[in-house]
Ligand binder design. Sequence first.
Ligand SMILES: [Zn+2]
Length: 218
Amino acid sequence: MKLRVLGSGSDGNCYVLENEKEALIIEAGIPFMEVKKALNFNVMKIVGVAVSHSHGDHARYVQEYEKAGIPVFKPYAQEKIMTFPKSRFRIQVFDSVHDVPCYGFFIRHPEMGALIYASDTEYIKWRFHGVDHILVEANYSEEYMSQIDPNYVHVMRGHMSIETVCGFLEANNHPGLKNIVLCHLSARNADAGEFIRKAGKIVSCPVYAAEKGLEIDL
Ligand SMILES: [Zn+2]
């Protein structure tokens, strides 16, 4: 199973979990056409799209998928349980802490184990057992923001700092953890290299910063 980053950040989010036969799209924040191109127009392999919340950088292109007849999972607008027919992906949702209803995903597939996805959340209320991969928002640095704006807490509400991410990693760290991917980094208030170093002090597996074009074997 591969994780591919097609977009990460306030310009538009889109991540793909893909193997030979199946592709699960996480977030509809970039045009469907870009996703089709990335999949070499093998649209039939898309089992569905999971969207965390209604903000445009995550949900702007939902209708393009729906028009194409692709199942879109919107826990913020409908029931919280969805299986994608004929797919081996299983998704459970957990609630996030954002300024609109927002959900994280606990995704399992026999080829990759369990992956946690959480973006646009101030913190993660839950602890998880036996997680293999974590794809998590690291939007800004509290250390940096407190230097440039004493009111930063108000400005950054609903997003997760690298310091909070590190606390989450400490709480969920275990020897089976295989990959950490930091996503939704702010263009102005995040330093990818520094964030990777900070998270890397906590876990012993590889840590990446999501940027367009990144591909990781899970
Ligand atoms: Zn949002």
